[in-house]
Ligand binder design. Structure first.
Ligand code: C2O
Ligand code: CU
Ligand code: CU
Length: 422
């Protein structure tokens, strides 16, 4: 059901059981299956229709994280899909090639539904991505990696209530694409990993065995202008990055494992074909415009104060109210948002700040130029305690959009607001 101009998908929530660990199966939730979900592939300019269906016994919603769309397709807490019912949404794919993801967003249930397994991917492609020379064979040299942490109880169950923490429910077991101790047979010289931090609350630090450098080519909302070399990359909940790995740089003949927090997260069995596609790592990947400092100084400013911990969190002193619009923004008008992470005497914690319906730019971190890998399009930004991050925001879709901390338990405690674009 795909033509150049249009594409149709069915996405259905399901309850099921998955063999994650040895022994008892784990009760899980998934889209079109029992755990996680499909990759929805759309192309810039296409008319996209998605029939969403909810077979759970609770309300859900289908939020396309990072998608630029009018609010009626955003899947916010306002667009609930009741048990055993379905809703069809449609929108025009109106943004550049990027790795987006989707997850539920019903008020009060987002954190538990994600924790139990609801998350999927949405790839946007465009003319630029068609023409770039990058690894692009799904499952072979272009690999999605949804990284999450979970607790399993003695019966192998993921029990959200028992694992619950008010500052974010974490886990001692790392899963990639729903698998514990995953491995990958690497048959090409260059590998592309689409990293997604799909955890409720955990920041992950990615690196390669032996601190072999890799190249970040994309951030949340699309390609960077140029690949940037890194030995380490931190993603907070909701953030994505695409990296390229040159497997010939392996220090040890047969391993170049992906590490998360210095532990092996993905074992790579290296059998690269020496004649496989070679990649020019210096190629121009995108045409993101430079930001003119003099221009941004004149723009209207919006303060976003992220405050508190556990159940005492808020944004600008306000907690989420379904019936309250916290700010109004004009269509296509640029603003500088000062996102402040305000710690208190009890200390502080990282808040990943996310805005719906938009891709923004990072202007500064604590007054300094942002690092190269934050110079592209972002929809979620890690803000450290006592830090100020300035972002350049301009909405080109109309409606009511959420902005919130992507620690899902903070979001549930009201660390979320609504803005209306008019
Ligand atoms: Cu990924 Cu409002 O969230
Ligand atoms: Cu979102
Ligand atoms: Cu938070």
């Amino acid at each position: 059901h795909e033509t150049k101009e249009s594409v149709t998908y069915d996405v259905r929530t399901q309850m099921g059981e998955t063999q994650i660990k040895k022994g008892e199966k784990t009760k899980t939730l998934g889209y079109n299956g029992h755990l996680l979900g499909p990759v929805i592939k759309i192309k810039k300019g296409q008319d996209v229709t998605i029939k969403t269906e909810n077979t759970l016994n609770k309300n859900t919603s289908f939020h396309w994280h990072g998608l630029k769309t009018d609010d009626n397709a955003d899947g916010s807490p306002h667009q609930l899909v009741a048990p055993n019912s379905s809703e069809t949404i449609s929108f025009k794919a109106d943004q550049e090639a990027s790795t987006l993801w989707f997850h539920p967003h019903p008020e009060g249930e987002t954190a538990s539904q994600v924790y139990q397994g609801l998350a999927g991917l949405m790839y946007v492609e465009d003319e630029n991505s068609d023409n770039l020379s990058l690894p692009d064979i799904y499952g072979k040299d272009d690999i999605p990696l949804i990284v999450q942490d979970r607790y399993f109880d003695s019966n192998n169950q993921i029990d959200y209530e028992k694992s619950y923490r008010s500052d974010g429910t974490q886990g001692d077991t790392l899963m990639i694409n729903g698998t514990i101790n995953p491995y990958l047979d690497v048959t090409t010289r260059w590998m592309r990993y689409r990293l997604v931090n799909g955890s409720n609350a955990t920041n992950f630090t990615f690196s390669l065995d032996g601190q072999v450098p890799f190249y970040q080519v994309a951030s949340d909302g699309g390609f960077l202008n140029k690949a940037t070399e890194k030995e380490e990359l931190i993603l907070s909940p909701g953030e994505r990055a695409e990296i390229l790995v040159d497997t010939t740089k392996s220090l040890d003949e047969d391993k170049l494992n992906l590490l998360v927090d210095d532990k092996i997260a993905l074992k790579m069995n290296l059998k690269p074909d020496k004649k496989s596609k070679s990649i020019d790592i210096t190629q121009k990947l995108n045409r993101i415009p430079d930001i003119n400092k003099n221009d941004t100084q004149k723009l209207p400013r919006q303060t976003i104060d992220l405050k508190g911990m556990s159940h005492m969190v808020n944004i600008n002193g306000e907690i989420f109210d379904m019936n309250k619009i916290n700010m109004t923004k004009k269509l296509n008008s640029k603003e500088v948002w000062e996102v402040n992470n305000i710690s208190n005497m009890m200390g502080g914690m990282i808040h990943p700040f996310h805005v719906h319906g938009v891709q923004f730019r990072v202007l500064s971190r604590n007054g300094e130029e942002p690092p190269l890998n934050e110079s592209g399009w972002k929809d979620t930004i890690l803000v450290n305690p006592d830090e100020q991050v300035e972002i350049l925001v301009s909405f080109d879709k109309k409606g009511i959009f959420m902005y919130h901390c992507h620690i899902l338990e903070h979001e549930e405690y009201g660390m979320m607001g609504q803005l209306e674009v008019i």
